[in-house]
Design a protein around this ligand. Structure first.
Ligand code: AMP
Length: 214
């Protein structure tokens, strides 16, 4: 089963993708994570994307489609792929459709995670991540345990993303509404779309996604 998690920054795509990896042995393909890795690699591409990402704009279709193509053709997909943060434009959606059919794979579901803007701002500005395993914490709703260790892996270092600030978020939200939200109609028309309320507790949202996936 190959699925897309679609939603604005802070909707909980990464958190739900990690659950699906654990529960269903799926493979998470997060273009955001791939780009963050690329930017620390010191390569030419890394330098270009770092600046674009920090400002909150979208990296070019060519770069992200290239990253996804590389991962899809490397062959390891376990219980299927979860596309997290990809596609984000109509051109990326078309490219994904073509790539999957080249590989004789299908797209089985697109889950739209709906969250209002106010909740996104408070989620994102309170977000931190375990540097060792990527577990996501939130100062308000899921604080780092009092002993300062990650409940998932015991790690003690936590980071905040450079683009998790109000200025970048405003631009990221604009990019979502202008460039990514047309994908809701695109996948609805193909009959692939299910929508879930992304505002609930992590388990509640997880249950809604599980129900949508059947
Ligand atoms: P994310 O971790 O998904 O919030 O992505 C962080 C940043 O990486 C975004 O604000 C974009 O700058 C860039 N990015 C991630 N995925 C894509 C994509 N599919 N297309 C273009 N830019 C992307």
């Amino acid at each position: 089963m190959n699925i897309i998690l679609l939603g604005p920054p802070g909707a909980g795509k990464g958190t739900q993708a990690r659950r699906l990896v654990e529960d269903r042995n799926m493979v998470q393909l997060s273009t955001g994570d791939m780009l963050r890795e690329a930017r620390t690699s010191g390569t030419e591409m890394g330098k270009i994307v770092a600046d674009v990402m920090d400002r909150g704009n979208l990296v070019t279709d060519e770069i992200v489609i290239g990253l996804i193509r590389e991962r899809l053709t490397s062959g390891e997909n376990g219980g299927g792929y979860i596309f997290d943060g990809f596609p984000r434009t109509l051109a990326q959606a078309d490219a994904l459709g073509n790539l999957l059919s080249e590989l004789n794979e299908t797209l089985d579901a697109v889950i739209e995670m709906r969250v209002d803007d106010e909740a996104l701002v408070s989620r994102i500005t309170a977000r931190s991540t375990c540097a060792a395993c990527g577990e996501v914490y939130n100062d308000l709703t899921k604080p780092i345990p009092a002993d300062g260790t990650c409940s998932n892996c015991g790690g003690t270092e936590f980071t905040r993303r450079a683009d998790d600030n109000e200025d970048s978020l405003r631009i990221r939200l604009m990019a979502y509404y202008k460039q990514t939200s047309p994908l809701i109609g695109y996948y609805y028309a193909k009959g692939d779309l299910s929508s879930v309320n992304g505002l609930g507790e992590i388990d509640e949202v997880g249950a809604e996604i599980a129900a949508a996936l059947g």
